[in-house]
Ligand binder design. Structure first.
Ligand code: SF4
Length: 370
């Protein structure tokens, strides 16, 4: 199930916690960048034709691109990569960058899934995160999206914020349950080097035990409003698990195009440099991606599959990596599930982490991959 990822590296303002690659948005620059994406996608279609099942517009803020530019990129993916009419096409949207008319035009262009950057429904948390929208504006975007015909809408949230408590998360759950959402992605706040938060972390950050408590409370609360956890950071109503990301967690191949986009094709991982200028200069003419080594190793597959609640099937592992490798993993899994049954489960065929185990996965993986 290969997918295509397009990185749209423009933001109206930089959030102090974010280390994704983006530059300030300018209308002309964004237009030039879309033209460069079209050239580079055509080059890939000539060079390495494959059939794509999903398309994901990530950023940055893809909703800063007007619908006609999004439409031209979708059309090219349909014509040159066989992207089917019913293939999942996700667009990341920031509240305040769209209105109902724009959302209708995105829908008409073929986008059928939205990922809305809500981050928090509490004003004080949004201002701490440097977000430019209010909770009401985010709710309005989600309601307008439903009005515009979107039936698959995800919201992004950040956990373990300063001052966040189980009680504020209960209010978050109440806010979410009143909206027409089908999916949630919730990430623990990470203080990244090279960001304003990295230089001066906010006060009152939760310690690791408090962060774990908030994460487990969120898992429980999201479940209570109908969103089942299916991956370490992902929760969905039945039937609305994201398909594009499912391919990543299955260690599947994908093509990422655009400044800072990463790919995994034909056994190799590679990426474009974090530079819009370089991308504009070279798109469609020379091969810019930087090789990042082999992908799809047993260790990588294990780590990615164990992000999923349904875990890793030993027979699938054996068909990829052979019976000997599966036997070694079976023995380690047997022993680990006896030692830490509250963190790691193994029923003879499937190995998986519990939500508590997700929090300690970095300590568990070395035992399994050694
Ligand atoms: S969090 Fe989103 S909107 Fe904020 S800087 Fe990062 S990519 Fe841009």
């Amino acid at each position: 199930m290969p997918g295509i990822y397009l990185h749209i590296p423009f933001c109206a303002a930089k959030c102090p916690y974010c280390d994704f690659y983006s530059v300030p948005w300018r209308r002309e620059l964004a237009e030039e960048y879309t033209a460069a994406l079209l050239r580079e996608l055509s080059r890939w279609a000539d060079l390495d034709p494959f059939r794509a099942d999903t398309l994901y517009f990530g950023g940055g803020t893809p909703s800063l691109l007007p619908p006609r530019q999004i439409a031209s990129l979708i059309q090219l993916c349909r014509e040159r990569f066989g992207l089917p009419e019913d293939g999942e096409i996700t667009l990341e949207v920031n509240p305040r960058t769209v209105d109902e008319k724009t959302l209708r035009e995105y829908r008409a262009a073929g986008v059928n899934r939205l990922s809305v950057g809500l981050q928090s429904p509490h004003l004080e948390e949004l201002s701490l995160l440097g977000r430019k929208h209010s909770p009401d504006q985010a709710a309005q975007t989600i309601l307008q999206a439903a009005e515009a015909g979107f039936t698959d809408i995800s919201a992004d949230l950040i956990l373990a914020l300063p001052g966040q408590t189980v009680q504020t998360l209960e209010k978050t759950a109440a806010f979410l349950s009143a909206l027409p959402l089908t999916h949630l992605s919730a990430y623990l706040l990470k203080i990244e080097e090279g960001t304003p938060f990295g230089a001066a972390p906010p006060d009152r950050l939760p310690d690791p035990d408090q962060a774990a408590e908030l994460y487990l409370a969120a898992v429980r609360l999201f479940d209570s409003i109908g969103f089942s956890q299916y991956e370490i950071s992902s929760f969905a109503r039945p039937g609305f698990e994201g398909k594009h990301n499912a391919n990543y967690w299955d260690c599947g191949e994908y093509l990422g195009v655009g400044a800072a986009a990463h790919s995994f094709r034909k056994g190799r991982r590679f990426f474009y440099p974090r530079s819009v200028e370089d991308f504009l200069r070279t798109a469609g003419t020379v091969s810019l991606p930087v090789d990042d080594g082999p992908g799809g190793t047993p260790e990588e597959y294990l780590i990615l599959r164990l992000r999923l609640i349904r875990g890793l099937s030993l027979s699938a592992y054996a068909s990829r990596f052979g019976e000997d490798a599966a036997l070694a993993l079976r023995q380690k899994s047997d022993s680990l599930s006896r030692k830490i049954p509250h963190l790691f489960r193994f029923d003879g065929e499937t190995l998986s982490l519990t939500p508590e185990g997700f929090l300690l996965s970095n300590s568990i993986f070395p035992y399994l991959t050694d």
